[in-house]
Design a protein around this ligand. Structure first.
Ligand code: NAD
Length: 426
């Protein structure tokens, strides 16, 4: 099938490349010309394992990119909206970009005769597709629903494993306004071994939020238990390993540490809280999930101060800047509040991340290094903020520190290293 993908960020670029891999012809649209140029030369605008290979294989063949909505809509049968849905200053979902993309799509659809389906892949709160996107497209195209189709197909990929997750999904959800739109979207995935769950539009939107809110809740629950275990001198990892053997609980997302970040969990939990409040319901549990998460990074700095007293003028190495391993994404990374707190306390921060130094440079004017050992040189302490594999094997590298104090926010170091080791929750 011929597909256009609107927005070439993490979700858009990965979806486009993977749809091409499934045999579809794909045209990407973005407002950022530099991303368009990169994709057309086969270079991904973001880092994801396996993405460069796919773009190299399909760019200029069945994958192209353009700034021109009219061209993309005219030459495809189905358009996926994959633009960002950030939080507004009050924490509610900001639909400004989705509205702009919908208006552009509507304008282009107005110039097209053939049937076309618009699919919302961006994470949007329930009712958005039906009550926001649909009326904008109708208004801008001058067409009524039926002359075009509309569907909602949430994305569940994990950054860092996005290509793998897209091609090996454990669920595909297609919500649609009618059978025709839903059938067209579901058929795109026929090359994958995964059952397609068919729903209405608002149910599909809700499934995405519940998925993320539940995972975020598991993490904050584990962090709260970890904080209690720490006070009692109990290893929370030993506790959760046993608890996770219960088939009703499962072993995943029980790792306590510095909390969750990224472009999805924090903003999606906030957006769900905002939507719940709109209905007159105050979601106490979801509020607490965020509160626990906000506190965790500051616990790292408290532990540091417990050991060093004042950190003014002290050299603190921060290992890991990305919100998780295998990505260069720093959005809502837990290292951001930690670095801010260190700077507010007038510490000298020396940072290292295998991929995210460049992105963090846009936020903080601190010392960035190309290796852990360079960041550690002469440091009074080290904070481990991201679960990069390479941090697990750090050992002799710590010898270069002024004081070998390591505060581990991700349960990275095995016992027995010759350092003064403090686990955040263990
Ligand atoms: P992103 O910010 O990385 O990318 C969005 C892209 O849209 C950018 O390239 C931007 O230039 C482009 N854009 C902005 N306005 C546009 C317009 N009017 N027309 C065309 N393009 C425009 O976002 P992302 O991380 O890919 O997330 C996109 C959506 O998918 C969000 O709703 C997010 O919540 C959801 N999601 C993200 C992930 C993830 O891991 N990143 C996973 C699942 C779902």
């Amino acid at each position: 099938m011929k597909i256009s993908v609107i927005g070439t960020g993490y979700v858009g670029t990965v979806s486009a490349a993977c749809f091409a891999d499934l045999g579809h012809e794909v045209i990407c649209v973005d407002i950022d010309k530099s991303k368009i140029d990169l994709i057309n030369t086969g270079i991904p605008p973001i880092y994801e394992e396996g993405l460069a290979e796919l773009l190299k294989k399909y760019a200029g063949k069945r994958l192209s990119a353009t700034l021109d909505y009219d061209f993309a809509v005219k030459n495809t049968e189905i358009s996926f909206i994959c633009v960002g849905t950030p939080s507004d200053p009050g924490g509610n979902i900001d639909l400004g970009i989705v509205k702009a993309a919908s208006a552009n799509l509507g304008d282009s659809l107005g110039k097209k005769k053939d049937y076309h389906v618009v699919v919302v892949k961006s994470t949007v709160v329930p009712e958005t597709t039906e009550k926001v996107v649909l009326p904008i497209i109708e208004g801008h195209s001058g067409k009524h629903i039926g002359k075009f189709g509309i569907a909602m197909n949430p994305e569940f990929l994990r950054e860092g494993k996005a290509v793998h997750d897209f091609l090996h999904p454990d669920k595909i959800v297609v919500g649609s306004i009618d059978k025709r739109s839903g059938d067209m979207v579901a058929s795109l995935y026929s090359g994958l071994e995964c059952e397609v769950t068919r729903t209405n539009l608002r149910t599909a939107e809700m499934i995405k939020y519940v998925n993320n809110a539940f995972l975020a809740t598991k993490i904050s629950f584990s962090n709260e238990i970890g904080n209690i275990c720490k006070k009692l001198g109990i290893d929370t990892y030993e506790v959760m390993k046993a608890v996770g053997r219960d088939f009703r609980i499962g072993p995943h997302f029980l790792n306590s540490g510095a909390g969750f970040g990224g472009s999805c969990f924090p903003k999606d939990v906030r957006a769900l809280i905002g939507k719940a409040r709109e209905t007159g319901y105050e979601p106490q549990l979801l509020n607490s999930v965020l509160e626990v998460n906000e506190e965790q990074p500051y616990r790292m700095v408290s532990l540091l101060k417990d050991k060093l007293g004042s950190i003014k003028g002290k050299k603190i190495a921060v290992l890991g800047l990305a919100f998780k391993n295998d990505t260069d994404d720093i959005r809502e990374s837990r290292s951001i509040p930690v670095i801010k707190e260190l700077l507010d306390n007038e510490a000298n921060v020396s940072a290292y991340d295998p991929m995210a130094n460049g992105n963090m440079k846009k936020l903080f004017n601190i010392k960035y290094h190309d290796s852990a050992i360079d960041a550690l040189r002469g440091a009074d302490a080290c904070l481990i903020m991201t679960e990069w594999d390479e941090f697990k094997s750090l050992d002799k590298e710590f010898d270069i520190m002024g004081r070998k104090l390591v505060i581990d926010g991700r349960h990275m170091l095995a016992p027995g290293k010759d350092v003064e080791y403090i686990g955040l929750c263990w």
